[in-house]
Design a protein around this ligand. Structure first.
Ligand SMILES: Cc1cc2nc3c(=O)[nH]c(=O)nc-3n(C[C@H](O)[C@H](O)[C@H](O)COP(=O)(O)OP(=O)(O)OC[C@H]3O[C@@H](n4cnc5c(N)ncnc54)[C@H](O)[C@@H]3O)c2cc1C
Length: 385
């Protein structure tokens, strides 16, 4: 939360202002080059993060005498006992009849020769950096990479985005293709299906050997996905099973393979969003205290806070096809949306229309179950929704 979600949304909003100053789509208002004092932006952003941290989390702990906070890193001793290593190095033991695991995730760093020896950024450093890079290379093509790449682009950095496959590879291809066009129109260099073969750092510059040639930059952001924080927990001592990537396997009641141990959030095999973590956490609490609450993620909404934003809910057209569900899809180019500049990200949509700044959505329109073999897709493009 405090090193990802909250600061990134503040940074993205701040970066939107200079973009509007230089390139808003309206006549009759001047455009001008913004003056950006990045240290002040970071100061304000982090003050807000701290205020929210206190109001939403620490205050709850302070005002609830039934919650006993032990600061430190926990690992299992056995199925009912945890050892907590405090910041001063001392250890304490905590025993419980029910346990909730919510240890989150951390950036996954790809195994690229030389990368580990360089001072690359993850999202954590990129969000609080006080200097605007001259040339930032972003590795990754998913949510965090794209949100931060566009924010830095709008704050004045030259940006190259290098994606292993395409942008938003798990979504309808039209959404990623539209974002590539937007990024390029804003001045980013986009390299799809490109992974650096090696990285080195010399005289304050990163040098990336890539299939597209040598690329030099002063900052390198690695945003190639996240890994669950489970390795240090000694889960095997408690009989808690994990998937191949280390994510704790949970059912729709957030039960793990150990009867009395529950898990929620980014450390599990559920989608990594803050509202999924919160919904899972509250349901886990109900279930751990004798209740019965399931989490239904079949129509989970998701938003990528690029501009235009990408919103999805439910099945994509391809997923619906795989399930043998007939879909009617419509694609509306964004230039048909009043008040937008004539960029060309599509709206892949249904009769449903989102509120707010969301500009791209993907929802199967008409769902009718029929055998997968005869599945057929109808799709037409129209100037009107
Ligand atoms: C740059 C960025 C932007 C994001 N933007 C969004 C967004 O716009 N919308 C959205 O929904 N989601 C967003 N996310 C994802 C969101 O932040 C996570 O889904 C959410 O924070 C997960 O909550 P969590 O409680 O599972 O884990 P976390 O918030 O990561 O909390 C886990 C906590 O457990 C602690 N911990 C780890 N191991 C141990 C241990 N052994 N012992 C004790 N404590 C431990 C960690 O230090 C941490 O404090 C973003 C993430 C990033 C990185």
């Amino acid at each position: 939360m405090n090193v990802g979600c909250v600061p990134s949304k503040i940074m993205i909003r701040a970066a939107h202002i200079p973009h509007l100053q230089t390139s808003h789509p309206f006549e009759g208002m001047s455009r001008r080059a913004p003056e950006i004092e990045r240290p002040s932006l970071v100061r304000q952003q982090q003050a807000r993060v701290e205020a929210l941290r206190h109001a939403k989390y620490e205050k709850i702990l302070e005002t609830n005498p039934n919650i006993h906070l032990v600061r430190g890193w926990a690992r299992f001793r056995d199925a009912h006992r945890l050892i907590v290593r405090r910041p001063d190095g001392s250890e304490t033991e905590v025993a419980a009849d029910r346990i909730l695991l919510a240890t989150g995730s951390r950036p996954a760093i790809p195994d690229i020769p030389g990368l580990a020896e360089t001072p690359y950024w993850t999202s954590t450093e990129a969000l609080v950096a006080e200097e605007i890079p001259e040339h930032l290379v972003v590795l990754g093509g998913s949510v965090v990479a794209l949100e931060l790449a566009q924010a830095w682009l709008r704050l004045g950095a030259r940006v190259t985005v290098m994606a292993r496959s395409r942008f938003l590879s798990k979504e309808d291809p039209a959404l990623g293709e539209g974002l590539v066009r937007v990024f390029e129109e804003e001045g980013a260099r986009v390299l799809l299906h490109t992974v650096p073969e090696a990285v080195r750092y010399e005289d304050g510059r990163f040098i990336l050997d890539t299939p597209a040639g040598e690329i030099r930059c002063d900052r390198l952001l690695v945003a190639t996905g996240r890994r669950p924080n489970t390795e240090g927990l000694a889960l095997e001592k408690a009989g808690v099973e994990t998937a191949a990537d280390g994510a704790i396997v949970v059912d729709d009641h957030m039960r793990t393979s150990a009867d009395h141990i529950y898990a929620a959030g980014d450390c599990t095999d559920q989608p990594r969003y803050v509202y999924v973590a919160a919904a899972a956490g509250t349901r886990a609490a109900v279930n751990m205290t004798g209740g019965d609450a399931a989490l239904d993620l079949s129509a989970m909404p998701a938003v990528v806070f690029t501009d235009p934003a990408v919103a999805t809910v439910g099945y994509s057209e391809a997923e619906a096809d795989r399930q043998g569900i007939e879909t009617d899809s419509r694609t509306l180019e964004l230039e048909n949306v009043p008040g937008r500049s004539p960029t060309s990200i599509p709206v892949v949509s249904s009769s449903w229309w989102p509120k707010g700044p969301v500009a791209a959505c993907s929802v199967p329109r008409c769902w009718r179950r029929r055998p997968a073999r005869s599945s057929r897709r109808r799709r037409w493009r129209s100037a009107a929704a």
